[in-house]
Ligand binder design. Structure first.
Ligand code: PMP
Length: 394
């Protein structure tokens, strides 16, 4: 049986991580995988997470199963964090999932059950796992243009033109904030226009939000998601706690499915729980419990928010330092977009050949589409990267 297997495409980002580890140069810079790193290159356990874990270990009296949706308190805390009181709670079905990826996977399975003929629209570019899972599930997808490689900003006219081709019942996947891989984001006015267009097309929005708190702040980063949820009868929201709680390996995420009316919620909820049961039964609990503990304890929550704010401001400072350095070295403002982008990533907008040159000549590792993890930089490596970009003639 196993001899019938054919090799699956390797994950490019994970391959890049391995190449970085094997590089003997001590000046190498890792801007590859999407993991936050502090100035010393570590991915720390956040203070509030440590304290929540201490309390959980001390107080937990059972490891018995929770429910198929996970602990309901986690659902309530996450809905509150992401949506606030935007819509009535009784319209929202929610299940805990293994990470944001699990939420995306379950959302796609839900779409496949409810609308087997729907096309799922993805931004070009997007996080590569989006098209990969869609293809794996045998679903139809199309792309809409998103990034202008000249301005390194959103190509809004092209995006709207392509979304003009959305058919009634199609699903449009949008990054709630901090677009991965580009770092370029819609303004709230542009969100309004996208919402109006998708409403006119009778499409269903599907928000993937993996970086709430990494862009402009917890509420600002949720603003677009709240607008969408408020505007549509139905929508899907997949959220990840990996980045903003720094609990990547705990696999903590949530899928929310908003129904038109409260009486439709139980069927949606039951279906989501069924999907959890088929795929992995009960979702992981530890990370979700950590998140709930933090969000429901005022002191822990304040400390988490403060540390997240430090993280966010640290990334913004690196963006500014890099843009300033490139402005000085290039004698132009053509890299100012780096300070305007938000989140962990920026797409430099250069060719795979240039990306390879930066790796070979300077030991700078970024993904082949020129996505850089800004959090992989520190004050000392920013000038090295800026000089390498100019030396390479980018
Ligand atoms: N969506 C996007 C856009 C992402 O960048 C990521 C993480 N790379 C995820 C979802 C999922 O993250 P995780 O499964 O690790 O929670």
């Amino acid at each position: 049986m196993l001899e019938n297997l054919t090799a699956q495409p390797a994950d490019k980002i994970l391959a890049l991580m391995a190449a970085y580890r094997a590089d003997p140069r001590d000046t190498k810079v890792d801007l590859g995988v999407g993991v936050y790193k502090d100035a010393s290159g570590n991915t720390p356990v956040m203070r509030a997470v440590k304290e929540a874990e201490r309390r959980i270990v001390a107080d937990q009296s059972t490891k018995a199963y929770t429910g198929l949706a996970g602990d309901p308190a986690f659902g309530d805390a996450m809905i509150d964090l992401l949506l606030g009181d935007t819509i009535a709670r009784d319209r929202i079905a929610a299940v805990a999932t293994p990470g944001g990826t699990g939420a995306i996977r379950q959302a796609l399975e839900l779409i496949k059950m409810a609308a087997p003929d729907a096309t799922v629209w993805l931004s070009d570019p997007t996080w590569p796992n989006h098209p990969s899972i869609i293809k794996y599930l045998g679903m139809a997808s199309k792309t809409y243009r998103y990034f202008d490689t000249d301005t390194r900003n959103v190509d809004f006219d092209a995006m709207m033109a392509d979304l003009g081709g959305v058919a009634a019942g199609d699903v449009v996947l949008l990054h709630g904030c901090c677009h991965n891989p580009t770092g370029a984001n819609l303004t709230l006015e542009q969100w309004d226009k996208v919402i109006a267009l998708l409403q006119a097309k009778s499409a269903t929005p599907f928000i993937d939000i993996a970086y709430q708190g990494f862009g402009d702040g917890l509420d600002a980063d949720a603003a677009a998601t709240r607008k969408v949820v408020a505007a549509f009868d139905e929508c899907l929201v997949a959220a990840s706690c990996s980045k903003n709680f720094g609990i990547y390996r705990e696999r903590t995420g949530i899928l929310m499915a908003v129904s038109k009316t409260a009486d439709m919620q139980p069927l949606t909820q039951q279906t989501l729980q069924f999907l959890n049961r088929q795929n992995y039964s009960f979702p992981p609990d530890h990370g979700a419990r950590v998140v709930t503990t933090i969000l429901t304890d005022p002191d822990l929550r304040a400390d988490w928010e403060a540390e997240l704010e430090e993280t966010r401001n640290g990334m913004l400072a690196l963006r500014k330092q890099l843009a300033d350095e490139l402005r000085r070295l290039s004698n132009s403002d053509r890299f100012d977009f780096l300070a305007d982008h938000r989140g962990m990533f920026s797409q430099l907008g250069t060719t795979p050949e240039m990306v390879e040159k930066l790796r070979a000549d300077h030991g700078i590792y970024m993904v082949g589409d020129s996505r850089m993890n800004i959090a992989g930089l520190n004050e000392k490596t920013v000038p090295i990267l800026a000089k390498a970009i100019i030396d390479a003639g980018i």
